[in-house]
Ligand binder design. Structure first.
Ligand SMILES: O=C(O)CC1=CCC(=O)O1
Length: 252
């Protein structure tokens, strides 16, 4: 299977950026442009997403974590910093817990170890809709989950950029990723994370609400949690003012 990695920057410790459901590594472009002045940024497309290949077989979050581990190993520079947003955050969590030697500093944004007791049925329904409903008709649902109302009004060009990535995503891969999230229960892995971890969550995030971030913070030794006012689900895109603090966490 081919793996596509968006690359920015040439110097410094690698930082791997793991993207949310039904998007691609391209969603990180503004963040990569910022971090790329300091570090070598690697933003892989998950299986079947963006320009990465996929054999059509079911996959798990652990498989995506193994793919991210391969990106770090191929970079050949020792442990990398890892930033995961939403699905990418769940993937980063599993990676950090199971391959601690590969992860230097960790940022988990709008992420969870487990989507709760009804997760299998809920995500099976999301998977079914991902494949059945034309992508353009899924946009309002996704856009409102991703971005706070104020951000949507003030930054329509950024909202459109992310929506375009969603529209281009393969529906079968989107559905398979939904089932992977439904199957995820990494609760038992949380205390195994050893990397210094910054946890971010939007106060208005109803896809992975603050209680999920609080559970991560309670379980990851020494982690730091920030709950972000007037922010919804794609916090690291909604809040460029956070990027210096993220860079400082990675540099610390
Ligand atoms: O529910 C959504 O669409 C938001 C989301 C959940 C996992 C992810 O990556 O995005």
């Amino acid at each position: 299977m081919t793996r596509y990695v968006h690359r920015t920057g040439e110097h410094g410790r690698p930082v791997v950026l793991l993207h949310p459901l039904a998007l691609s590594g391209a969603v990180w472009d503004p963040v990569a442009a910022y971090l790329g002045t300091r570090q070598r940024v690697l933003a892989p497309d998950a299986r079947g997403h963006g320009k990465s290949g996929w054999d059509g077989a079911e996959f798990t979050v652990a498989d995506m974590a193994a793919d991210a581990a391969a990106v770090i190993e191929e970079a050949g520079d020792g442990p990398a910093d890892v930033i995961g947003l939403s699905m990418g955050g769940s993937t980063a969590l599993v990676l950090a817990a199971t391959r601690p030697e590969l992860v230097h500093r960790l940022v988990l944004a709008d992420a969870t170890a487990c989507y709760g007791p009804n997760r299998v049925a809920e995500w099976a329904e999301r998977a079914e809709r991902a494949e059945r409903v034309p992508r353009a008709q899924q946009l309002t649902f996704q856009r409102d989950r991703w971005f706070a109302e104020e951000f949507r009004a003030q930054h329509p060009e950024e909202v459109e950029r992310v929506c375009d990535i969603f529209l281009a995503t393969d529906s079968a891969a989107h559905a398979a990723a939904c089932r992977a999230l439904g199957a995820l229960d990494a609760t038992g892995l949380v205390p195994q994370v050893r990397a210094e971890t910054l946890i971010l969550v939007g106060e208005e995030d109803y896809a992975t609400p603050p209680a999920m971030a609080e559970a991560l913070a309670a379980g990851i030794p020494g982690s730091r949690l920030e709950v972000l006012a007037r922010t919804r689900h794609l916090s690291l895109l909604e809040r460029p003012d956070l990027w210096p603090a993220v860079a400082a966490h990675l540099a610390g």
